[in-house]
Design a binder for this molecule. Structure first.
Ligand SMILES: Cc1cc2nc3c(=O)[nH]c(=O)nc-3n(C[C@H](O)[C@H](O)[C@H](O)COP(=O)(O)O)c2cc1C
Length: 202
């Protein structure tokens, strides 16, 4: 069994989502001793934005740029790691109402027609069914359905949509929200999320 652990926060040691992914991975390790864990820190070492040069190279163009070549290789590794994983633990901070651009850059490398989805006569079909995703979601404010900012929630809804598009229906969110409201609220939100993790069916 394989677990892919991805962090995407830019806040280093102060990151809430990193704290949560750490707790989640420990919980899954307890439940599945011997599970193989692969760690990727996209906050520390981001993939580049997908560019015209990347797409041209994917279609066979000769590339001069060593940087793009190396990044293409990292993108291929990201896709292989995704395909190999049974469980994904993804740190997903909310930045400007959506996911981090580091996480989006990773999504741009794993959404590949013919590999993780395909077009059929009856519409697109996800090819990554059977994987389980646990998302550690962290937000400075509140975005629940009853909150005044609900319409700005493009983080969890986006991730559920993308993973669903790839055929993954088992997506669980462990959320710490309101973490920038006050130190007390931050601690309470982290503690509540950690308690949720303890109850997770890993
Ligand atoms: C660049 C940036 C943009 C942010 N945008 C939002 C936002 O749109 N809404 C919000 O509620 N909090 C926002 N925050 C607060 C973060 O969601 C909060 O700090 C959260 O803990 C981020 O997760 P992390 O600690 O794992 O990085 C933002 C923080 C940063 C650094």
């Amino acid at each position: 069994m394989k677990l892919l652990h991805i962090d995407t926060s830019i806040l280093g040691q102060n990151s809430v989502s990193r704290q949560l992914t750490g707790i989640i991975v420990a919980r899954v390790r307890d439940a599945h001793p011997g599970i193989e864990v692969r760690y990727t820190d996209l906050g520390a070492e981001p993939l580049e934005h997908l560019s015209g040069a990347h797409l041209a190279a994917a279609q066979g163009a000769t590339l001069e740029s060593a940087t793009v070549l190396r990044d293409l290789e990292r993108g291929r590794e990201a896709l292989e790691d995704f395909l190999a994983a049974d469980i994904l633990v993804v740190g997903a901070p909310m930045y400007n109402f959506t996911i981090s651009s580091q996480l989006k850059a990773w999504i741009d490398r794993i959404c590949v027609a013919g590999k993780t989805f395909r077009y059929t006569e009856s519409g697109p079909q996800g090819l990554a069914a059977g994987k389980k995703v646990i998302v550690a979601s962290s937000r400075g404010g509140f975005y629940g359905p009853q909150s005044p900012a609900a319409a700005l929630e493009h983080q969890e809804s986006y991730l559920r949509g993308v993973f669903g598009f790839l055929g993954i229906t088992e997506v669980t969110f462990v959320r710490a929200e309101g973490v920038n409201i006050s130190p007390d609220q931050r601690q309470a939100a982290i503690s509540a999320a950690a308690a949720e993790v303890a109850q997770l069916a890993a």
